[in-house]
Design a protein around this ligand. Structure first.
Ligand code: MN
Length: 427
């Protein structure tokens, strides 16, 4: 199904006067503070967040999965779902595919299909964390780090194949996340495993087109529980630095031990010009993959404070990072969850844009932590929702995406179209 512009317009009509009132109040306030409100809204509109193909179905835990029905049954339908989101918010104009789950049977057709929704293909993701039915060797004891050359070669070849699929689709980057690790002390020779991983990544890097980037993701534990080969940002940064200029670290918010200062990691990577990509989600305990901003919106804001500082600094050598949601939806409708996630990202970004940077720098230089906190929290406590809604309105999207999604009974219609038992590939 598709959402037509007329429906969105008429739905917007219901809340338009309310919206106008709150937008006028906020923009008047910001005007008086010297904020260029129009430029601000343009920045928000430009900020596009990729949706991963695996987040469109109901996620599971290791104990069970409770699908809600109407899940996309094919790559075409996954593109359709991202198209629905993009029609509602005009902020999710890219889809990130996972190979082998999403190998297109007809590349030109799927490209045209995506373009008809206004979508492009973001980073492609390889999978060496599961064995596929026709596969010669098992990844039970690792992939790029494996003790056996044949297993490593199979994993390298898979990544090269993913690059070829991505090239055909117009992607410009490959994200590598490895499950490689160990569950028992003594099981793995750390030095050899890391060296073999670096050597394997070198072959993948050499197989990338000149204009491609390689993103190296890290994670401290899970699925193995004693060690992971790429455990933290330092290890990822080491690998990316050894690989070359087109290799970068990718930060996934859920891939940190509790209380890690992620914003400081972001700042460090941006200082080095090595922050390549970002996976958004939220968590209480570990890699919980919850809705962005559901638990720690202030932390998300502090992270965006560093991102904005890095992005707006004219001396920064860091390329614009690739933004993606990486979450799993066990309880909510995946599409509603994604709409909430995109909005949470936009809110944190907008609040970070509002920080009075010259005054913040002044407070820092004069060692005034109370003033610095006042300035940060003044931005964070500003209700910027009318600005995000205005950005959507100007782009032809819904003032209230979830309300529109529900008014149109999207899920009911998807279930009618695809069935109550349709299951999407995913995590
Ligand atoms: Mn991730």
């Amino acid at each position: 199904m598709r959402i037509d512009a007329e429906f969105i317009q008429s739905h917007n009509g219901k809340t338009l006067s309310d919206h106008r009132e709150s937008f006028a109040y906020l923009s008047g306030k910001l005007d008086r503070k010297g904020v260029d409100v129009s430029g601000f809204i343009q920045k928000i509109s430009k900020f596009q967040i990729a949706i991963p193909s695996w987040a469109l179905g109901t996620g599971g835990t290791r104990f069970g999965r409770f699908p809600g029905g109407g899940e996309p049954r094919s790559l075409e339908e996954k593109v359709d779902d991202v198209g629905l989101l993009h029609a509602l918010n005009r902020a999710s104009g890219a889809i990130s595919l996972h190979i082998p789950w999403d190998i297109p049977s007809d590349v030109d057709a799927i490209k045209a299909h995506a373009a008809s929704h206004g979508l492009v293909f973001d980073a492609v993701n390889s999978n060496t964390f599961q064995d596929q039915p026709a596969q010669a060797h098992s990844y039970k004891f690792g992939s790029l780090c494996h003790t056996s050359h044949a297993v490593r070669q199979q994993a390298i070849d898979h990544n090269l194949e993913v690059i070829r699929h991505g090239e055909a689709l117009g992607s410009k980057s490959l994200t590598v996340w490895l499950a490689d690790g160990s569950s028992f002390p003594g099981q793995m020779n750390f030095r050899k495993a890391l060296q073999r991983t670096l050597d394997s990544l070198k072959e993948i890097y050499a197989g990338m087109p000149e204009d491609w980037k390689l993103f190296v993701e890290y994670k401290p534990y899970e699925p193995y529980f004693y060690s992971t080969v790429i455990q933290d940002w330092g290890t990822s940064h080491l690998l990316a630095s050894e690989l070359g200029d087109r290799a970068f670290t990718l930060v996934d918010l859920g891939h940190h031990l509790p209380n890690t200062n992620i914003e400081q990691i972001v700042a460090t990577l941006m200082m080095r010009g090595k922050l390549g990509g970002f996976h958004f989600n939220d968590s209480k305990f570990g890699d919980d993959d919850l809705t962005v901003g559901a638990l720690k919106p202030y932390q998300l804001f502090l992270i965006f404070n560093e991102l904005v500082e890095g992005m707006e600094d004219p001396r920064s050598t860091n390329p614009s990072p690739a933004w993606m949601i990486d979450a799993s939806h066990n309880l909510k409708d995946p599409l509603e969850d994604l709409l909430q996630s995109v909005e949470a990202i936009q809110l944190a970004y907008a609040q970070a844009l509002l920080i009075d940077r010259p005054r913040l720098e002044e407070a820092r230089e004069s060692n005034d932590p109370a003033k610095a906190q006042e300035l940060l929290q003044d931005a964070h406590r500003t209700d910027v929702r009318p600005l995000i809604a205005e950005a959507r309105l100007r782009a032809g999207a819904a003032i209230q995406p979830i309300e529109a999604f529900r008014a149109l009974e999207v899920r009911k219609r998807l279930i009618e179209e695809r069935g109550a038992k349709s299951i999407s590939t995913g995590l």
